[in-house]
Design a protein around this ligand. Structure first.
Ligand code: COA
Length: 331
């Protein structure tokens, strides 16, 4: 029986830093409001011409370097993102072209903030069934170009950042290392609690000039509702992973949650009874980077020496859909 194991991690964020004070110039908000409610101080936003596959490529190069592999060693690409370089196809094919891997399968996963967990879980299954040996899993996002930067959109616009993270997952015969269990969930009854309504195929044509003059082309969220479900489902899905493997919260060496909001992360850690030093939080620097947030946080934690050989590492996410999930692994 093969196991799947992460052997390379990398991340990349665009150079352009947007502070809370920058946002104050465009909308009625304040550094104090943003810090207090979200913990965010800065986020990185792309410049004109940047692509989500391009961000993914930079992260992928670093993950490959870390793994000691070349692009040609990759036999499957999984790209988690809400965005693509163009309306279609998905960013996975644009990345595959940039990597020079014609013929290598490339799959797109569009599960918002839980996208990376869905992608990693998919990679795990393809490796455990012996289908592929080295899988590149990318979480990348460009949110900034789709936000309403006026006061009307301030509740969403202050939260999001752009960036990418990538991991190389490989097949190993080691019994006690690698991904131990993955758990995925969704509840479409709440799809419209965090969504973007237009463009929509229900309209003929799906996008019109009139639409662009309304706020219905921008993402919308019932913030308090989302918050309530996030702090319930995050701990639940971590417990599910622990129960499946016979571990307890005390056994976790490092918890890397999706970076939605500092207050959500603190509430989840408290509900689980996890000491703060075992929790990775970098939202103050990057904001919420959706599918990119977990691999960025994992890559940084690794660089900072916070993930050591043999550590029990738990990943968990919650986001639009609603979707939520967890991965428990032995590093
Ligand atoms: N700057 C200043 N004021 C703002 C603001 C901003 N950026 N955004 C909203 N406000 C205002 C509101 O208009 C409201 O004003 P009012 O009281 O005069 O009506 C007030 O602040 C409170 O708004 P509310 O939405 O109730 O704030 P909140 O305490 O719920 O905090 C969030 C808002 C978004 C930070 C919070 O709901 C949250 O974190 N939700 C989860 C978000 C999330 O993580 N989503 C992604 C999941 S993956």
């Amino acid at each position: 029986m093969l196991n799947s194991k992460i052997i390379g991690v990398g991340h990349y964020v665009p150079e352009r830093v947007i502070t809370n004070h920058d946002l104050e110039q465009w909308m009625d908000t304040s550094d104090e409001w943003i810090r207090e409610r979200t913990g965010i101080i800065t986020r990185h936003w792309v410049k004109e011409g940047d692509t989500v596959s391009g961000l993914g490529l930079e992260a992928a190069k670093k993950a490959l370097d870390h793994a000691g592999l070349k692009a040609e060693d990759i036999d499957f690409i999984i790209f988690a993102s809400m965005a693509s370089d163009h309306d279609f196809p998905g960013a996975g094919c644009f990345l595959q072209e940039k990597m020079g891997l014609p013929g290598v399968p490339s799959m797109d996963i569009r599960n918002a903030c839980t996208g990376f967990i869905y992608a990693l879980s998919t990679a795990d299954k393809f490796i455990k069934t012996g289908t592929y040996k080295n899988i590149l899993v990318v979480g990348a996002e460009i949110q900034s170009t789709g936000l309403d930067l006026s006061t009307r959109g301030r509740d969403m616009a202050v939260l999001f950042g752009d960036g990418a993270g990538a991991v190389v997952v490989t097949a190993t015969e080691e019994k006690d290392k690698g991904i131990l269990t993955t758990h995925l969930h969704a509840d479409g009854r709440f799809a419209k609690k965090l969504w973007c309504e237009w463009p929509s195929v229900t309209h003929h044509p799906r996008i019109t000039k009139e639409m662009c003059e309304t706020d219905r082309i921008y993402p919308k969220m019932e913030g308090r509702f989302v918050f309530k479900y996030a702090v319930t489902y995050f701990p639940q899905v971590v417990q599910e992973a622990l129960e499946a493997t016979g571990y307890s919260v005390e056994d976790i060496d490092l918890f890397i949650p999706h970076q939605a909001n500092q207050r959500i992360t603190e509430a989840v850690a408290q509900r689980l009874g996890l000491p703060w030093e075992k929790v990775v939080s970098n939202i103050h620097k990057y904001g919420n980077t959706t599918a990119a947030s977990i691999p960025i946080a994992m890559s940084e934690a690794f660089q900072e020496g916070r993930i050591k050989d043999g550590d029990l590492v738990c990943l968990a996410a919650f986001g639009a859909g609603f979707t939520w999930g967890s991965v428990l692994m032995r590093w």
